[in-house]
Design a protein around this ligand. Structure first.
Ligand SMILES: [Zn+2]
Length: 104
């Protein structure tokens, strides 16, 4: 249910508003039809504080496109949760060294 967006970012719904309401965020790619669910409370941990709820946080993990992505939010029903809904959750943050060759 994306609301009407305002050009004033601070009038728009933020992911943290959705987290406060225990919402599920759904990212749907119209290009490859991949649909991924996230808990808003997980997304607030990894996104910047004022990330807007309608703004998909990253490109589609399957087709790498942002073009047909949409993020929506809703409170999952008991029936939806009981049906074995799959939610993508953060497991671990990885820090990685980047190496390059330099002249000695
Ligand atoms: Zn895609």
């Amino acid at each position: 249910m994306p609301a009407v967006r305002s050009s004033n970012k601070f009038r728009n719904r933020m992911v943290y508003h959705c987290a406060a309401d225990r919402m599920l965020m759904t990212v749907y790619c119209g290009g490859c039809r991949r649909r991924v669910h996230y808990w808003a409370s997980d997304l607030v941990k990894v996104l910047d504080q004022f990330h807007e709820a309608h703004d998909p946080p990253w490109p589609c993990s399957r087709c790498r496109s942002r073009e047909y992505l949409a993020m929506t939010w809703h409170v999952p029903s008991a029936a939806e949760l009981a049906s074995g809904l799959t939610v993508r959750r953060p497991v671990k943050k990885i820090e990685k060294w980047i190496w390059r060759n330099e002249r000695a």
